[in-house]
Design a protein around this ligand. Structure first.
Ligand SMILES: Nc1ncnc2c1ncn2[C@@H]1O[C@H](COP(=O)(O)OP(=O)(O)OP(=O)(O)O)[C@@H](O)[C@H]1O
Ligand SMILES: [Mg+2]
Length: 357
């Protein structure tokens, strides 16, 4: 990434809040670079520091230490007036749409333009153009209470675009929406990203959201970024336990893990049976694994769970099987599986034993 390609450059950011005379570290040495025109996802549980991190981007929150560079400008060195200028280049949308109930949809969208020297008709035209962009021009005269959640979020997006921002920050903007409406809003964001060259930072606690439109992802835990990279890298080979948990949640593996204990699968295994969890990417398929076991080793495995998720042109497979084999035979099979790129977790002993080539 060359410097001119970077929209957001946060370096070694620290933020500590004081609560009841105690220090609470909200951001712990966080560095993040977001390429211009990309969609960057930030995922973490509640309290991880995600909102604090994005508030740093427009300096709504000042860091105790660290540097904040947005569109090539060092924000910490700017005066108030210059800072207001840069802030206009960063739009924000939230879970609660924060629309003004007493104003029409059109008036809500033109609201950020009121402080500018712009004729009323120009302002109206601009707001209408933005409403068209989000597919809501027919609702210009309606009031927020007459709209669905998804439509309200579209209005909020149009309003966030009023100042022609280069960066759009979405802080849990789809968390209050159903899955279909979430996907519609995400596709709208992707469309805006492509059409306007908008850089998007998307905060979420759902890996489905990341999977759907992000190119890069950072995982946050307790104020730190514990893992980051391209979405395909992170989904294929998650390094941290929390990352793996998020990746698996997007393929319903979390439910599968719960089923293992609910159904007492481990306790019910025969002495020569093993409960194995297999993970693999594009080159391998569930069918190939199962048929090779049968053909090469004369072993039949019963499949308890199988799923595939598609991420950034990759297919990632997850399978839970019960295999009947002697220890010696198992060693050979394990060798074969890891050689073809399958990551094998053996649950049989009650502890998770992971084998990878
Ligand atoms: N203004 C503040 N004063 C004191 N503590 C704060 C303040 N803002 C955030 N915190 C604390 O900092 C930590 C990180 O909060 P933050 O809002 O960034 O988390 P988050 O990842 O966005 O969580 P959520 O998913 O619930 O929105 C939390 O422990 C929170 O209580
Ligand atoms: Mg938050």
């Amino acid at each position: 990434m060359s410097a001119t390609n970077i929209a957001i450059d946060l370096q070694q950011i620290n933020v500590t809040f004081k609560r009841n005379n105690e220090n609470l570290v909200a951001l712990d040495n966080v560095s993040l670079q977001v390429e211009k025109g990309s969609i960057y996802g930030i995922i973490g549980y509640s309290g991880a520091g995600k909102s604090t991190l994005v508030r740093i981007i427009n300096l709504l929150q000042r860091p105790d230490t660290g540097s904040v560079s947005i569109l090539g400008q060092d924000l910490l060195s700017l005066h108030d007036k210059e800072l207001r200028g840069v802030r206009k280049k960063v739009g924000m949308i939230f879970q609660h749409f924060n629309l003004l109930r007493s104003r029409t949809v059109l008036n809500n969208v033109e609201y950020p333009l009121l402080s500018q020297k712009m004729s009323r008709s120009k302002r109206h035209a601009k707001a209408l153009e933005l409403l068209k962009l989000v597919g809501l021009d027919e609702y210009a005269k309606a009031y927020p209470d007459e709209l669905s959640g998804g439509q309200k979020q579209r209005v909020a997006i149009a309003r966030a675009l009023a100042n022609n921002p280069d960066v759009l920050i979405s802080d849990e903007a789809t968390s209050a929406l159903d899955p279909q409406t979430t996907e519609d809003i995400l596709q709208l964001l992707k469309h805006l990203n492509e059409k306007l060259g908008l850089t998007i930072v998307l905060i979420t606690h759902e890996m489905q959201v990341i999977k759907s439109i992000c190119q890069n992802v950072a995982v946050m835990e307790k104020g730190r970024i514990i893992e980051k990279g391209s979405v395909s890298e992170v989904f294929t080979a998650p390094k941290q336990a929390l990352t793996q948990k998020f990746v698996e949640s997007a393929a319903n593996v979390t439910e599968m893990r719960q089923q293992i204990s609910d159904d007492h699968l481990i306790e019910n295994l025969q002495s020569n049976e093993r409960l194995l969890y297999l993970r693999f990417s594009s080159e391998v398929t569930s069918e190939a694994v199962i048929s090779s076991l049968a053909i090469k080793y004369g072993i039949s495995a019963s499949i308890l769970f199988a799923n595939v998720q598609k991420v950034a042109q990759l297919s990632l497979g997850y399978m839970l099987i019960v295999l009947t084999a002697s220890d010696e035979h198992f060693a050979t099979i394990l060798d074969y599986l890891t050689t073809v790129g399958v990551v094998v977790t053996d649950f049989s002993t009650g502890e998770e034993q992971i084998y990878v080539s």
